[in-house]
Design a protein around this ligand. Structure first.
Ligand SMILES: Nc1ncnc2c1ncn2[C@@H]1O[C@H](COP(=O)(O)OP(=O)(O)OP(=O)(O)O)[C@@H](O)[C@H]1O
Length: 576
């Protein structure tokens, strides 16, 4: 294992290695660690190139790129320590939902192209852009992972990469570079809207027919006829067979995408796209890396104990909120109990416990490239000593390289959620930036599915304890109807207690009672016991709600600097 980190559980394994969820021991911040597999480690050419790429990659601090914190190489391991993205891959999302809306597909593509532009401008191609390497978060933003980590094919004469996304010049001349990345990104756009890659061919046994896929990339026209009109130009130029007629750069592709998207879908296209993506990702929240974290380590044993006593009407399920709420509980979330808080029972079937992570603590670190957030000095690679020292060096960095110190978010919580207002509290172990991703949901009645009606992102910085007020217009409620208005809060870096969710019932006004014949007075509706835990849509705000209310809270998907109240005294830390 990488010195200085504690591995929590395996997140998955692909063709290039295994990925673990881990914490940085000094701060408790979550990270993801990828161990490159033996095939890659034995490939001297790959390793030389990858080592040199990491010098550039650690310097890239871009919201569209999964941040690379450290690259650590020992005689027996090569590990990439990176930002943990609490989300799902675009591959998983597409497998569940088939195609996504053109706006959502364009949103993902724009982020991917901006990530590529950031890396290309530092001279680093990605080499394997495909839906597995694009990670989508609950707020609909996405990040590109795995720069430079590309596996060689087992078949002879097949270049490294993923055949369904490989450009003609990569097939014929092995030329990986920015144009090939642009081509692959356009293939991802096609797959996102159609639910399948542009060129597919399978053998009788169901395995990919690689030579047939190659031929189709080389000779078959781009299947534009099955793509929405507004995407055709982008696909035509993005997937041009000749790199000279393709977009000149990822940045140019992104700029033209913006123009076409505005022309085709209006100025709000990205807001809608992100909202759609966020909804789809949120439905898969149980698969987020932090969804099972504390349960896996045993800390979730008292899940039932943490469920506040709720009236029966609050034990209701809407698809989105169920998913998030279950993930919250499985991650050991502790919501402040209150009448407006909704929590779901844990699933009936137990999830299997994770495999213990491989431990390699005795192996001395030999090469280490690292980045601390906002570090300005270039990363350095330490040359391996002639022979490993007899005992492992302390986890202190060799050669003066620094270790990442991302601010860890200890906990987040939602206090006093009323459907129209509430306060999000966040405690962190440092003053570095913490992004709050807030989604507001609404369900029509008990059996209704939750819809995300609004999302916003805020950035908190400069303190270790925050209270950030939110206000929300839950919309109208018809007479005699009840809706459930929810708030889902995630942080980046991910909070130690996982995503937070709270939901309240909001009742519409009483319907007028029909009085067919007489002029007898209309009976006053008697409040049901459950109404003690609801508030009416037209209800008068309580004094505390008034105190929290802010002027019109326009929906925004843009990151914004949040004016906030800083809590400086320890007792004012969130009650989490
Ligand atoms: N930085 C990260 N944060 C959160 N999850 C991650 C991160 N990097 C990878 N994962 C997840 O870990 C799992 C394994 O990833 P890995 O990159 O090894 O496989 P892959 O991308 O599916 O395949 P390949 O190795 O062929 O690129 C995937 O589910 C992926 O979504």
């Amino acid at each position: 294992m990488v010195p200085g980190y504690r591995e929590v559980r395996q997140l998955g394994a692909g063709r290039t290695g295994r990925v673990f969820l881990a914490t940085y021991q000094q701060t408790g911040a979550y990270v993801a660690i990828k161990y490159l597999n033996a095939t890659l480690r034995r490939d001297a050419e790959f390793m030389d190139r990858f080592r040199s790429d990491t010098h550039e990659l650690v310097e890239i601090d871009d919201p569209n790129v999964v941040r690379l914190y450290e690259y650590v190489e020992t005689p027996t391991r090569a590990a990439v320590v990176m930002e943990l993205v609490d989300g799902v891959s675009l591959r998983t999302l597409l497998a569940e939902h088939r195609g996504i809306s053109p706006e959502a597909a364009l949103t993902v593509l724009k982020s991917t192209l901006l990530a590529l532009a950031a890396a290309h401008e530092r001279g680093v191609p990605h080499r394997d852009v495909n839906p597995e390497n694009i990670l989508v978060q609950a707020d609909g933003t996405s990040k590109l992972a795995d720069f430079g980590v590309v596996v060689h094919a087992e078949e002879p004469d097949v270049p490294a990469g993923s055949p369904e996304y490989m450009s003609p010049e990569l097939w014929t001349q092995g030329r990986a570079g920015p144009p090939a990345d642009v081509y692959a990104a356009a293939c991802v756009l096609f797959e996102a809207v159609r639910g399948r890659p542009p060129y597919r061919a399978v053998k009788e046994d169901g395995a990919l027919d690689v030579p047939a896929v190659r031929d189709r990339h080389l000779a078959e026209p781009v299947p534009l006829e099955v793509a929405p009109d507004s995407l055709r130009d982008l696909l035509r130029r993005g997937m041009a067979k000749d790199p000279a007629t393709r977009y000149a750069s990822a940045r140019q592709f992104a700029a033209e995408l913006e123009e076409d998207a505005v022309a085709g879908y209006g100025p709000d296209w990205e807001k809608r796209g992100r909202r759609h993506l966020g909804e789809l990702a949120t439905l898969l929240a149980l698969r987020f890396p932090l969804a099972r974290t504390e349960r896996a380590s045993g800390a979730g044993r008292t899940i039932r104990d943490r469920i506040p006593r709720l009236p029966p009407h609050l034990w209701v399920a809407g698809a989105t909120v169920v998913a998030v709420a279950i993930s919250l509980m499985m991650s050991g979330g502790r919501l402040p109990p209150g009448p407006g808080t909704i929590l779901m029972p844990p699933p009936k079937t137990a999830q299997s416990e994770p495999e213990p992570a491989p431990v390699d603590a005795a192996t001395p670190a030999r090469t280490r490239t690292s980045a601390a957030p906002r570090r300005s000095t270039p990363a350095r690679t330490v040359s391996p000593p002639p022979s490993p020292p007899p005992s492992p060096p302390p986890t202190v960095r060799q050669g003066g390289t620094s270790v990442p110190r991302p601010t860890a978010v200890r906990a987040a919580g939602i206090v006093g959620w009323s459907g129209t207002a509430g306060t999000i509290r966040v405690s962190a172990d440092g003053t570095g930036p913490v992004r709050l991703r807030i989604s507001y949901t609404r369900r029509e009645g008990e059996g209704g599915a939750a819809r995300t009606v609004r999302q916003e992102t805020r950035t908190l910085r400069g303190s270790t304890a925050y209270a950030s007020a939110v206000t929300h217009d839950p919309g109208g409620v018809s007479c005699g109807k009840r809706v459930y208005v929810g708030i889902v809060v995630m942080t980046e870096p991910a909070a130690g207690n996982g995503p937070q969710v709270s939901e309240v019932a909001v009742d519409g006004p009483a319907c007028p009672t029909p009085t067919p014949t007489s002029h007898s007075p209309t009976p006053t509706p008697t409040p049901t016991p459950s109404e003690e835990h609801s508030r009416t849509a037209a209800g008068t705000p309580t004094p505390s709600e008034e105190a929290l209310s802010q002027p019109s809270d326009e929906p925004t998907d843009q990151a914004s600097e949040e004016p906030m109240m800083l809590l400086s005294t320890p007792e004012e830390e969130p009650p989490l």
